[in-house]
Design a protein around this ligand. Structure first.
Ligand code: ZN
Ligand code: FE
Length: 267
């Protein structure tokens, strides 16, 4: 477990299953404790006991089992509420606070103000939570990658990623999986001259060798190195178009994103 101190809350990062991260957010000014996307209950119960804290809410980003399978047991154990997207009320076990997204864009719990972003793409009902300078984005944005499009269209995912990229540069990106190193290998393939990317590959490789997480990253770093955000950069797009000069038409950012997502699927 790793701990990150923010100004008004603490984040505990718990690795579970093969490569999932579950986060516990402890409000420093109230009794509110949030669990983000519990894949399982048991390791979370153990961590909470060790920390001597009691979850008051589960907040889910989307309905997939590796984000919600711990819900019911945690509710039974801690009598906590379950926050999720109303659109996925049938698919999120134990949901008790169904948010009407996007018309209900925020939620105050204790001293914490949660901004809820509607980010369809990986699933149609995927949402992300922003608390001050922390982003909990589930399977939408990953370290140097993005989620697969299981339910949404490339257009939806591209607009969701743009929403996240528009957050403050210093925002810490707490995503739900440790996929960064394989993602970086793909990134190197499409963005070979990027020196910040080369540095990141070095830093993150060392971290993983030392069994440390590469997450959280930051919005600034993702904009500079994540191939799925790089289409926001005009120079990247120009270079991309030059490389694929065989096709005569000039690809727009959405086209490049779409093509990269397809290439990654086959990679
Ligand atoms: Zn998922
Ligand atoms: Fe997942």
């Amino acid at each position: 477990m790793w701990t990150y101190q923010h100004q008004r809350f603490r984040v505990y990062q718990i690795p579970v299953l093969r490569d999932n991260y579950v986060y516990i957010i402890e409000d420093c000014h109230s009794e509110v404790v949030l669990v983000v996307d519990p894949s399982l209950a048991e390791p979370i119960i153990q961590s909470c006991n060790k920390l001597n804290i009691t979850p008051t809410h589960i907040i889910n980003t989307h309905h997939h089992w590796d984000h919600t399978d711990g819900n019911l047991e945690l509710v039974q154990h801690f009598h906590c509420e379950v926050v999720g997207n109303m659109a996925d009320a049938q698919r999120i076990p134990g949901i008790s606070m169904a948010m009407d997204v996007p018309s209900q864009p925020s939620l105050t719990l204790g001293a914490l103000e949660l901004r809820i972003l509607d980010v369809p793409g990986h699933t149609l009902g995927h949402i992300a939570y922003v608390i001050d300078d922390a982003l909990f984005c589930g399977d939408t944005l990953f370290g140097a990658g993005c989620g697969r499009l299981f339910e949404g269209t490339p257009t939806q995912m591209w607009s969701s990623l743009q929403q996240l990229a528009a957050l403050d540069d210093a925002t810490q990106v707490y995503c739900a999986h440790e996929y960064t190193l394989p993602n970086l290998r793909f990134a190197r393939n499409v963005d070979a001259e990027n020196t910040i990317l080369k540095q990141r590959i070095h830093t993150d490789t060392v971290s993983r060798r030392q069994k440390q997480p590469t997450i959280p990253s930051s919005i600034a770093l993702e904009k500079q190195t994540n191939p799925f955000l790089r289409p926001l950069d005009a120079e990247f797009c120009a270079a991309y178009n030059q490389q694929s000069a065989a096709t005569e038409q000039h690809l727009q950012p959405l086209d490049i994103f779409t093509e990269l997502r397809q290439r990654k699927n086959k990679w």
